[in-house]
Design a protein around this ligand. Sequence first.
Ligand SMILES: Nc1ncnc2c1ncn2[C@@H]1O[C@H](COP(=O)(O)OP(=O)(O)OP(=O)(O)O)[C@@H](O)[C@H]1O
Length: 356
Amino acid sequence: MSDGLQVAEVVVRYPGAAAEAVAGVDLSVPTGEVVALLGPSGCGKSSLLRAVAGLEPLSGGDVAWDGVSVVDVPVHRRGFGLLFQDGQLFAHRDVTGNVAYGLPATVRRDRAAREARVAELLDLVGLPGTQRRAVGTLSGGERQRVALARALAPRPRLLLLDEPLSALDRALRERLAADLRAVLTATATTALFVTHDQDEAFAVADRVAVMAAGRLLQVAAPAELWARPASRDVARFLGYEAFVAVPGPGTGAPPAVRALVSAVDAAGTAPVRAGGVLALAAGAFVVAPDVGGDARTADVTGTVHALRSRRGRTEVVVDVDGVGRVSALAPAGWTCPPGVRIALHADAAAVAGLPG
Ligand SMILES: Nc1ncnc2c1ncn2[C@@H]1O[C@H](COP(=O)(O)OP(=O)(O)OP(=O)(O)O)[C@@H](O)[C@H]1O
């Protein structure tokens, strides 16, 4: 018998809607694992999460825990915790009042046990000593930490998180994603985490389930997903921006494609077979200032289209000969006017192999 959550052929259809929001999804989350449901807006992530929680009726399929269907079990009896984007704290209670709300009644009624558990949970989420704070005085990030403590308080057998960080600004989101991973790991919490943000999914989850138009396209560990996306759709959603065919033996290929193939071959990070396709992310080419910008002596060359600065890095939008327009990386502060021809290196870390 499988342990943890099993989602089998789940369908969610809203009354009057033309298409199914969830169109037959199979997914399992073994105990102790954190799985991210990743996909664009409207692909059905929240509908699937709500169906698992019991907040949305199934139009087909089954949701089970440890092999036992929970479809007829009401939301509050499933032993699943919920955490939403806005935390939904009780404004009229202080931090303790909010966190203690999630505790089992036996602990809540025993003052010493309650205070010890609240203190433990607040330590866990990085808010020690905030027991008496009014929630209205907390920042957005602090409020989500309190909401996480409240959700963890009853030790749910499964924690369901729906975009819990998306109301926060980017820097805070990155920090909290790392903290959230640490908390879920420390408490060995089994979790299903909905997000539309690739970086967040990769930072939090053991496995990432990529969803589009109500279906799962691929489920894999982050490194595996990045190195071997199952299709162009998955690759595009992960941020791959260009695709090149791997040439057959003896067939001519542009030097840039040959450089990519040999970089990936040497790194052994992705399968490279004739007839297959390489997907290129930003950074698949790196500006090679050591060649002195002298494109005449370089193997791989391109023409600068534009420069942009992204988080301290210089990204060069460049038309690479034989490949097309991609985003290359350059050292911080590197600059060059549009139209200039430059030399480039291939970097296997930003290249994935796709089946043909
Ligand atoms: N209560 C509802 N009634 C009718 N249609 C709905 C309802 N809730 C969601 N939908 C539709 O179902 C589809 C999936 O929506 P869902 O919210 O599950 O997607 P999502 O991937 O979570 O998107 P987002 O990231 O924008 O929240 C969308 O087309 C949406 O318009």
